[in-house]
Design a binder for this molecule. Structure first.
Ligand code: NIG
Ligand code: FE
Length: 404
């Protein structure tokens, strides 16, 4: 006997499972089954497709003609941190630049101080609220970065908090070491970077990826290359915060270093965007950050997809440059500001987001773990169109309803 049937699905969204991310025009292809049904047994999908009376189960959910998709995948967050920075919002509104605030010891460095001062339990309790909200918004796979420690003990504390959350909640987490996220006051970049490279050995068992903030006043492209090479020697796949504000060439470096993803890419060079096509590096775009920083220039998603690149979308949830854990909101911003199509957007928060963090999630094939969302929406465009509210009606993790 099967455990659960979801029947009467108006639109069953089936992103294509492949061993690489969807690229270019593939991103606009999304199989949408009308009158769909999903059957689950032992936490796995045993059937998905047109409704049929061939299956029975102990429990049935009537989707009432609404939308069902794979649970969303959140490919870029800074979930674990101490404190908050609401006072910086007024500065930002007055026109004080994000990098200026950092230069003056605020911004990331202010969150570093709060994170160093917080106990493990304080960090856990704070991040737990974010994880619960993400689950409620339809997300069951989450990447989380360190980077608010900049010292061994605090970086490890952050990573361990994320592991404990993964133990206690029905989410798959991917863990990223972002030691080179800022340079502590009074330190010199090369010498601090050496210390972070040494730390790679200490976080080997706690982190899947090594990330770096390549930006004016933070780490240069050459320093970032050195870090990435050292990380790769130690067996890490690398990620990069690239070209968020200034066009330093971080995307080109990411492709050269076979990064699993390059994130932000607001100011990336034309030739680097074109080079995405011949790499499997996923461009993780974070348009909520552009919005929240109050900027008008968004990442060139149309150019990147047009040139045959793979694009994913994520919140970048963090205490400074984007303070939301609602990925649905980012889907709307992607539609309006990145001019992505609904199909591209759904692929960008499922399969391609999964590829950006080396997760096998984001699809609903037979045999996949049943991580599924029932959306209170008549069609998949509606979720982007009616914005700022939560459309997730039921969230199913490994075959069990975990939120409704
Ligand atoms: O991805 N840009 C660097 N890191 C984060 C922001 C961190 C912060 O402001 O606390 C980002 O935007
Ligand atoms: Fe970030």
């Amino acid at each position: 006997m099967n455990d659960l049937i979801i029947k009467n699905i108006g639109q069953l969204l089936l992103p294509k499972k492949m061993d690489r991310p969807l690229k270019g025009s593939e991103m606009d292809a999304l199989e949408i089954v009308a009158d769909g049904m999903v059957v689950i047994k032992d936490s796995k999908i045993v059937y998905r497709g047109k409704e049929t009376d061939k299956y029975e189960a102990t429990e049935t959910i009537d989707a009432e003609g609404k939308v069902v998709s794979p649970a969303l995948v959140e490919a870029h967050t800074h979930t674990v941190h101490g404190g908050s920075r609401e006072h910086e919002m007024a500065l930002k509104v007055q026109g004080v630049d994000y990098l200026k605030i950092l230069e003056q010891g605020g911004g990331i460095l202010s969150s570093v101080k709060s994170t160093q001062e917080a106990t493990f339990d304080e960090l856990y309790k704070k991040a737990e609220k974010n994880i619960i909200r993400m689950i409620q918004h339809g997300v069951l796979t989450i990447e989380a970065k360190s980077g608010y420690g900049l010292d061994k003990d605090t970086e490890i504390k952050q990573l361990k908090v994320a592991h404990k959350l993964e133990e206690n909640y029905p989410v798959q987490m991917k863990h990223t070491f972002l030691g080179p996220h800022a340079i502590p006051k009074g330190r010199e970049s090369e010498e601090f970077l050496d210390e972070m490279i040494e730390l790679l050995d200490d976080v080997k068992d706690l982190a899947d990826f090594a990330d770096i903030f390549t930006e004016t006043g933070v780490f240069s492209v050459n320093e970032s290359r050195r870090y990435m090479e050292e990380a790769r020697k130690r067996g890490f796949r690398v990620k990069i915060h690239a070209d968020e504000i200034d066009p330093l060439g971080g995307l080109g470096l990411a492709i050269e270093q076979d990064a699993i993803s390059a994130d932000h890419l607001v100011a990336s060079a034309e030739e680097d965007k074109q080079a995405l096509k011949d790499s499997d590096t996923v461009a993780v775009l974070l348009p909520g950050t552009t919005f929240y920083l109050g900027k008008n220039e968004y990442a060139d998603a149309r150019g990147m997809i047009g040139h045959g690149g793979a694009v994913a979308l994520a919140t970048d949830y963090n205490p400074g440059s984007n303070v939301t854990d609602n990925l649905q909101l980012i889907m709307t911003i992607a539609a309006l500001k990145l001019k992505m199509t609904p199909n591209e957007i759904w692929n960008a928060v499922t399969v391609n987001a999964a590829k950006a963090i080396d997760s096998d999630r984001g699809t609903m094939e037979v045999g996949d773990d049943a991580n599924i969302v029932l959306w209170d929406a008549p069609n998949h465009e509606y979720v982007l169109y009616h914005y700022g509210v939560n459309h997730a009606e039921k969230v199913i993790a490994n075959g069990k309803v975990v939120y409704e």
